[in-house]
Write a new protein. Structure first.
Length: 421
């Protein structure tokens, strides 16, 4: 659904460790080496507290209902709730939202400035580039105004860009989410990390559209003699960009939120584990386990597997030929590719079936005097029972012991063959 891997692969942004490091730093907060962008951080905080104090906390109840559900849901009186005052100080929730906003704007400015090692370019029109360049220059000259700041911010995240209904990668917000989703090790953030990020975007987009509605109202009052109805102006603004089903960056973020939330709710949480001070014992979900007993149990499982396989082989040895030149392309992301496409490593096919035809304890078939093959149900069931135990014990060893990484993608679930979402 996200398409992050394919999109970033096409742009060669994940081709090497260095490229990944450049990409990760590309979306981070400004550093001391970027003095102009560091000014951006203070201006974002000034802007977000201004709109929160001037507009968000003073919005009428009917408008707050409209922000949350457009059109208004008459079945309940639920309304958008601004952050409480104690969360609007530096270090609080609102400040965390401003940090993400700073990262977004800084990333776009870096792409236009073209000095960063990551050469990604956002899908911006020439007029949009001019607006952002003007904001960058005003930050440098300390001539930025809150009104100009809002114009640039709203232009980037408020209204849909051209052709986004057929190509989501024309939307700067979705492009930034793809870039910012990459970890330092090259993997993507999981659903539990993604949902809070999207919740921050939803909040910022809602208060941005509320601010724009106030600005539209103020502009209309100054240019006409008839005082407009503020509720009507809000209704027009929200129905254009916040109403479910319309093409807008807000609804794109909402779709990602629905998808990520469904994965997060269906992902089992890791057990809570604590270690003893001497590192010889651990507690997992209220159960104590000594490492010496764990090692003893794993050795017993390995010995049991060896015994069962030896019994099935009945003294035979199946030769395996693994050529020195054999390699598996772990970077192959083609749908359906897996280890099963590798060449046959056995001298002949199905050698174990041949052994089981004459096995004294697991005989699965015999040829009758008339030449017909007769399957022995009792032997087949005995073999399947042995296979079941061996598979279960191998699964435990593969999970508990260091092993090669599993084939498959990590976006939703690990599979034997490559898969896509």
């Amino acid at each position: 659904m996200t398409g992050w891997a394919d999109y970033l692969d096409e742009l060669d942004l994940l081709k090497s460790c260095r490229a990944i490091r450049d990409l990760v730093s590309f979306t981070q907060l400004p550093t001391a080496k970027e003095p102009v962008l560091q000014e951006l951080e203070d201006w974002v905080w000034h802007y977000i507290t201004w709109i929160h104090d001037s507009y968000v906390t003073k919005a009428p109840y009917l408008v707050r209902r409209m922000i949350l559900h457009c059109p208004i849901d008459e079945s309940n009186g639920e309304a958008f709730r601004p952050l409480p005052k104690h969360q609007c100080d530096r270090g609080g929730t609102l400040y965390r939202y401003s940090q993400m906003m700073t990262r977004f704007l800084a990333t776009i400015m870096r792409s236009i400035d073209d000095r960063h090692p990551c050469k990604y370019q956002f899908p911006l029109l020439e007029t949009q580039v001019d607006l952002i360049t003007a904001l960058h220059n005003s930050l440098r000259d300390n001539k930025t105004s809150l009104s100009a700041f809002h114009t640039v911010w709203y232009f980037l995240i408020g209204e849909p860009f051209a052709f986004t209904e057929v190509d989501k990668w024309k939307c700067p917000v979705l492009c930034w989410l793809a870039l910012a989703s990459v970890r330092e090790d090259g993997r993507f953030i999981d659903a539990n990390e993604y949902t809070p990020l999207l919740a921050e975007w939803e909040y910022l987009m809602r208060i941005t559209h509320l601010t724009q509605a106030y600005r539209n109202f103020e502009a209309e009052c100054q240019t006409t003699d008839i005082r407009s109805n503020f509720i009507t102006i809000c209704s027009v603004q929200f129905s254009q960009f916040l109403k479910e089903g319309v093409n807008s960056p807000y609804n794109s973020v909402r779709e990602h939120q629905h998808f990520a939330s469904s994965i997060a709710k269906n992902t089992a949480a890791a057990p809570h584990i604590t270690w003893s001070s001497d590192m010889t014992e651990l507690a997992c979900d209220g159960n104590n386990l000594q490492l010496s007993r764990l090692r003893f149990g794993l050795n017993a499982i390995a010995l049991d597997i060896e015994t069962r396989i030896t019994k099935l082989m009945n003294g035979h040895i199946i030769p395996i030929n693994v050529p020195d030149s054999l390699t598996e392309n772990m970077t192959n992301r083609d749908l359906g590719y897996g280890w099963m496409e590798l060449p046959n490593l056995l001298a002949k096919s199905f050698p174990l079936l041949e052994i089981l035809q004459d096995h004294p304890h697991f005989k699965i078939c015999e040829v009758e005097h008339n030449g017909k093959l007769h399957w022995i149900h009792r032997g087949i069931m005995a073999v399947l029972a042995e296979f079941t135990v061996i598979n279960e014990e191998l699964a435990i060893l593969c999970h508990m012991l260091p092993a090669p990484p599993p084939r498959g993608t990590e976006l939703v679930e690990t599979r034997i063959r490559n898969g896509q979402i």
